[in-house]
Write a protein that binds this ligand. Structure first.
Ligand code: ZN
Length: 145
């Protein structure tokens, strides 16, 4: 058991998660979800309180959400200014990525990916190859290959 978790959950179906991150204290606003994800984090309502009161950046919220998903073994949805992203524990993320990548299907042997200098063929429902399509959706490269 971890005695000094950086997260302290408050509330039953919604509330705040208190965060102690290095020298800063703040909170995440959350609500339980009935859909296929477990919890929603409202990025625009998350804030640092100490040492200075300020809204959390999107980077801070996403980083903390990743650590929280990993620690609690839950799936999160993070919404920020109308955009939302799903966050999984790392082990689940790898499986989720693999399933998504596999679902993209084969690359064309005749039509090239439209990404500059890419030599792979495009997949059937995109102008891009599997790796570049994955990257355009997830904002990062598929971690294998
Ligand atoms: Zn490509």
């Amino acid at each position: 058991m971890k005695l000094f978790s950086k997260f302290k959950l408050q509330g039953g179906r919604a509330g705040r998660i208190l965060v102690h991150d290095q020298s800063r204290d703040g909170y995440l606003e959350w609500e339980m979800l009935a859909r296929d994800l477990d919890m929603e984090i409202f990025g625009n309502a998350c804030s640092w309180e100490r040492p200075t009161l300020q809204a959390m950046s999107k980077e801070d919220v996403l980083r903390l959400a990743e650590e929280l998903a990993d620690e609690m073994k839950i799936r999160l949805e993070v919404t920020f200014s109308g955009e939302s992203a799903a966050v999984f524990p790392k082990a689940w993320q790898a499986e989720h990525d693999r399933q998504f990548y596999e679902s993209l299907g084969p690359e064309s042997s005749t039509d090239l990916c439209k990404h500059p200098e890419c030599q792979f063929g495009r997949i059937s429902h995109s102008g891009l190859c599997r790796q570049h399509h994955f990257e355009s959706i997830n904002g990062r490269r598929y971690p294998v290959q």
